[in-house]
Design a protein around this ligand. Structure first.
Ligand code: AMP
Length: 354
């Protein structure tokens, strides 16, 4: 794979609209774009329009669709062009609109388009992390003997929905067969069977600035998931009869021991290097490494997101880490807009859009 820089020079640099789908981190993205002086455009599903209307101070123009698939219709594309849009990808974009449509959408995307493709496949995702030299959990194939506890994961950014825990090979096979029967997956290779790592989950947010040539650690969060994060309230004897599930319901802020930060930064740097080597021209802007901090201080990364993550919604006024780079309220949404602004000022917009 090889993402192309967006060469289409007909983007009018004095009149850019920051555009995103009204979902996920949209309010933060619009808020940040406004602070940087940009026009904002929200693509909104008609059923949610009333909600986003409540924030009309942040959104200059709406493009209303009745179905997310319409995002790639000639009508919407023409409107996005007319509005001189740069599209900011987030977790709902690929999930709602579909990977192939987004891959081909003829509108400049902020960041590395092909990373969205790698991200949507659990196996290629883990391969990229492994090539980056980042510590990852052990993986198993369908039918393998299972040594310890495993988590079985579905493809795509579904926020942990449908994942299950198993202790033995026959439990894994039964669970996957059920997913096949229910039509949730079509092929056993779509799922990832991964060692369940015990420790504290932590999601590390980064921003790779191509314009300033530096990696910024932007924040850390813990995802709060139902029901797994509620189980600790129950007595031990009840717990054995309950299967944990991993539906994300929100995010909690986290700072980690400072002695862990060198590993966190090293992982981020390794990840950027791997994307440059295997997905040239390499990652631009926000990304997240998602892992478990073990009791020996080791950090095992089980997942990445190659775009803004929902945990950054915690830090609309900046995080304890973003303060070290930007002595002003700097959310991830604003940081994206700032990068675009700096690129425009330096005539380097083509280095950050694919
Ligand atoms: P993911 O969709 O990969 O972010 O996973 C959803 C949730 O499942 C995570 O937030 C964790 O709580 C849990 N999880 C995923 N992979 C692992 C793993 N290898 N070990 C322990 N917990 C995991």
């Amino acid at each position: 794979m090889n993402s192309q820089w967006f060469k289409n020079t007909d983007i009018r640099v004095d009149d850019v609209s920051i555009t995103t789908l009204c979902s996920h981190t949209a309010l933060q993205i619009f808020h940040g774009a406004k602070r940087e002086g940009f026009k904002t455009v929200g693509i909104v599903d008609s059923s949610r329009k009333w909600f986003y209307d409540l924030f009309s101070n942040l959104i200059d123009e709406f493009i209303v669709v009745d179905d997310w698939f319409d995002v790639c219709s000639p009508r919407v594309i023409a409107k996005l062009r007319e509005l001189n849009s740069i599209l900011i990808p987030h977790g709902s974009l690929v999930e709602y609109v579909g990977l192939e449509r987004i891959r081909k959408i003829p509108i400049p995307i902020f960041g590395l388009r092909d990373l969205l493709v790698v991200e949507s496949n659990q196996h290629s995702k883990m391969e990229l992390l492994s090539r980056a030299g980042i510590r990852i959990p052990k993986s198993y194939r369908f039918g393998d003997n299972i040594d310890g506890v495993v988590i079985v994961k579905l493809p795509g950014a579904k926020g942990g929905k449908g994942y299950f825990i198993a202790r033995r090979g026959d439990e894994v096979i039964a669970g996957i067969n059920k997913l096949l029967e229910e039509g949730i997956i079509k092929d056993v290779n779509e799922v990832l069977i991964q060692e369940y790592v015990i420790g504290v989950p932590a999601y590390f947010h980064y921003f790779n600035s191509v314009i300033l040539k530096r990696l910024e650690l932007f924040g850390i969060d813990i995802r709060y998931e139902s029901n797994v994060d509620g189980l600790r309230r129950l007595p031990m004897d009840v717990l054995s009869s309950i299967s944990p599930t991993f539906n994300v319901v929100g995010n909690l802020p986290l700072v980690v021991r400072e002695s862990l930060l060198p590993t966190v930064m090293r992982y981020g740097m390794n990840f950027i290097e791997a994307t440059r080597n295997y997905l040239p021209p390499g990652i631009v802007g926000p990304f997240c490494l998602e892992g478990i901090i073990r009791d020996d201080g080791g950090i095992v990364i089980f997942e990445f997101s190659g775009r803004i993550v929902a945990g950054t919604n915690l830090y609309v006024q900046g995080s304890p880490y973003s303060q070290f780079y930007w002595d002003e309220p700097m959310s991830m949404g604003r940081r994206i807009a700032r990068e675009i602004k700096l690129a425009i000022q330096e005539g380097r917009l083509n280095e950050i859009l694919t």
